[in-house]
Design a protein around this ligand. Structure first.
Ligand code: PGA
Length: 263
């Protein structure tokens, strides 16, 4: 994986028309990007998007991620999708612990741990979302909460489980609502997470990719990427609009040298 990573999370949006339009429009630009791009369309469209990406010869430049998986690999779990199925169709990443899942599907640490474990058993990279509520933020609990959420994995699976894992720090109160959090503040949180991990295992902490997510767009992205411990961004709304996403890619391409990022 290259140093800098941009993840586009489509959530419950998109259709075949958008997929064709989006990949067609970005196909030339991605070939000149010196950073990695992951797109997470709805599960139903993963295979279709993969075919379109191949059609435009972008498969070396764009990877795909699931937005969710089940805690089981097989069985009587109507409506679910498993890590094994993702692997079967060649998907390398899966987002787990996203705030939307915690809020609307009541996912807790125990479920996130099971999902993490099953992804690892299939060699799929977890994109582990962590983050605090507004109340926790206001009571200065951010770092404690983030570390508690990461410790849920470390305590049960060991620090080495974080190898080939991407962490996405997403303050729940800053997602999808145009709240622009101060990049210096975000850097402080990312740095605290990295330092904590480095104390347990220097290499894991130093090299783990820590993404930021929460109302990122082409106007605020550069100031975020300039922070040494922000290794990329997980973008929802602003990445769904093709023109906006192109602006994001061009902004990075024109202004940013990935080697500035400390990973
Ligand atoms: P947003 O979403 O960019 O629309 O805030 C980010 C996310 O939910 O991952």
């Amino acid at each position: 994986m290259k140093n800098l990573l941009i993840i586009s999370n489509w959530k419950l949006n998109g259709n075949k028309y958008l997929i064709n339009h989006f990949i067609n429009k970005i196909s030339h630009i991605v070939k000149s990007c010196n950073f990695s791009i992951i797109i997470a369309p709805p599960l139903l469209y993963l295979d279709y998007m993969q075919q379109v990406i191949k059609l435009y010869k972008c498969d070396n430049y764009i990877s795909l991620s699931a937005q969710n998986i089940d805690i089981h690999n097989y069985g009587s779990f109507t409506g679910e999708i498993s890590a094994k199925m993702l692997k079967d169709i060649g998907i390398k990443y899966a987002i787990i612990g996203h705030a939307d899942r915690k809020i609307f599907h009541k996912e807790n640490d125990n479920i996130i741990l099971k999902k993490f474990t099953i992804l690892k058993s299939e060699n799929i990279f977890p994109i582990l979302c962590i983050g605090e509520t507004k109340k926790e933020y206001q009571s200065n609990q951010t770092i404690v909460i983030c570390i508690k959420q990461i410790n849920n994995i470390i305590k049960n699976l060991g620090i080495l489980a974080l190898q080939d894992t991407i962490i996405a720090y997403e303050p729940i109160w800053a997602i999808g609502n145009k709240i622009i959090v101060n990049p210096t503040y975000i850097q402080k949180i990312h740095n605290a997470i990295r330092n904590y991990l480095m104390q347990i295992n220097y290499k894991i902490g130093k090299y783990i990719n820590i993404q930021y997510g929460g109302s990122v767009n082409f106007t605020n992205i550069l100031n975020l990427l300039k922070q040494p411990d922000i290794n990329g961004v997980l973008i929802g709304k602003a990445s769904l609009d093709t023109e906006n996403f192109i602006k994001i890619l061009n902004t990075i391409n024109n202004n940013f040298i990935p080697s500035e990022v400390n990973i």
